[in-house]
Design a protein around this ligand. Structure first.
Ligand SMILES: Cc1ncc(COP(=O)(O)O)c(C=O)c1O
Length: 390
């Protein structure tokens, strides 16, 4: 048979699936995948039920229903301080992943270069590869994940088309500062490049940190596509609703592409979210406090066991370094061995560090833990980890 398309050659599942299989039958707890299995807010569920009952079942406009775009415009102005001036600068998509796909198709020709910060979110890097883009990696190291902007600038060539920002970051938990974002904005202008910024964890912030959107930095909006969504903030990863905000000239092309690929995001679910996603401030405060408690439990437990832990500044992951455990236990030779050892000895699933780096060796001594779990489940996971490794 003729070979499949070349773009599929490098595609492979990270160790997530293998670990999920290993966990089955052991009554394991999966802290690997970034799935928040808390309930979706009732108001959103009621809104979707009502829309289904009212037969809101047909395709919507490819950019999403106008009520939701208007609500997102208001949210982007108020929370993100992005200077959006029309709902045409907002589009609703099939998850923020759908928005990322549309953004890449809109901006990138094969061979175009994109600056990507490591550790990265695997979907970003893998999708960029499928698109035929060339990634230029900038490595950052915890706990501060500082960026060497001289190095970033040295990687920019005439083929550089975009910089990819993810704040708060998965898996680092880095929350980009205003100073850093201002440096990025300067590069966009100076080198005539675009930014794609994934801000899906925008409400998960610790130690009083503030979420700053790149597009709110003066001068940046005209070159920036901001991606976000409902999956994480409202515990609804499976609904597949996200959105993009940006200059109309870009968003209108992204809408046409999204139309070709998805036609539209699920209509009744758009209505459900439009009804209710504008929650009271207390919803966000309580969510932030709940995640802060979970972060404390997760990070304290890992530190007690001996991991080196860069406490996340935002998001709900921690990328912890297990090298100090090597001298005390077998099975920690590298990240793949360590993730298997955690399943076998504690029934805990994690993601191997190599999933977040271009070169496997760069992630060989770390594992990613996701603490978006109900508190008692996380407590039980931490109890098992202590029992196995203290
Ligand atoms: C950084 C980042 N962006 C996007 C997504 C996926 O978002 P969505 O469900 O809106 O497609 C994830 C999910 O883990 C993520 O970590």
């Amino acid at each position: 048979m003729k070979p499949l398309a070349e773009r599929t050659n490098e595609l492979k599942q990270s160790n997530i699936r293998a670990i999920t299989l290993l966990l089955q039958g052991r009554d394991g707890i999966n802290l690997g995948q970034g799935i928040c299995d808390m309930p979706t807010p009732d108001a959103i569920k009621r809104g979707a039920h009502a829309a289904i009952d009212a037969d809101q079942s047909i395709y919507s406009h490819y950019g999403g229903i106008i009520e939701l775009r208007k609500a997102l415009m208001t949210k982007s102005l108020q929370y993100n301080k992005i200077p959006v001036s029309s709902p045409d600068e907002v589009m609703v998509t099939v998850g923020s992943t759908g928005a990322f796909v549309a953004a890449m198709f809109t901006l990138l020709n094969p061979g175009d270069e994109v600056i990507v910060f490591e550790p990265y979110y695997g979907y970003h890097a893998n999708l960029l590869s499928v698109m035929g883009s060339k990634q230029k990696f900038v490595k950052t190291v915890g706990p501060e994940w500082e960026i060497d902007f001289d190095h970033v600038e040295s990687l920019i060539t005439p083929r550089t088309k975009a910089i990819l920002v993810n704040t708060p970051g998965n898996p680092s938990g880095k929350v980009w500062s205003r100073t850093e974002l201002t440096r990025v904005a300067g590069l966009l202008e100076k080198h005539d490049i675009y930014a794609i910024t994934d801000e899906i964890y925008e409400y998960m912030l610790y130690d009083g940190r503030e979420h700053i959107s790149l597009a709110s930095i003066p001068g940046a909006y005209s070159r920036t596509i901001t991606l976000s969504g409902f999956s994480k903030t409202y515990n609804m990863t499976g609904w597949r609703l996200g959105y993009a905000v940006g200059p109309e000239a870009i968003i209108s092309k992204m809408g046409l592409l999204s139309d070709l690929i998805y036609i539209c995001a699920p209509t009744p679910l758009q209505h459900g979210v439009a009804e209710a996603f504008d929650m009271n401030d207390s919803y966000f405060t309580e969510m932030g406090e709940a995640y802060a408690r979970k972060r404390d439990l997760m990070c304290t437990t890992l530190e007690e066991i001996g991991f080196l832990v860069p406490w996340p500044q935002g998001s709900y992951y921690v990328l912890a370094d297990f090298s100090p455990l090597r001298s005390r236990f077998d099975g920690f030779e590298d990240d793949m061995a360590a993730s298997t050892t955690l399943v076998e000895r504690a029934g805990i699933g994690t993601v191997a560090g190599r999933s977040f780096f271009d070169k496997d060796a760069d992630g060989a001594s770390c594992l990613r833990f996701c603490f978006a779990k109900e508190y008692p489940v996380l407590e039980e996971a931490c109890r098992r980890l202590r029992a196995a490794f203290l």
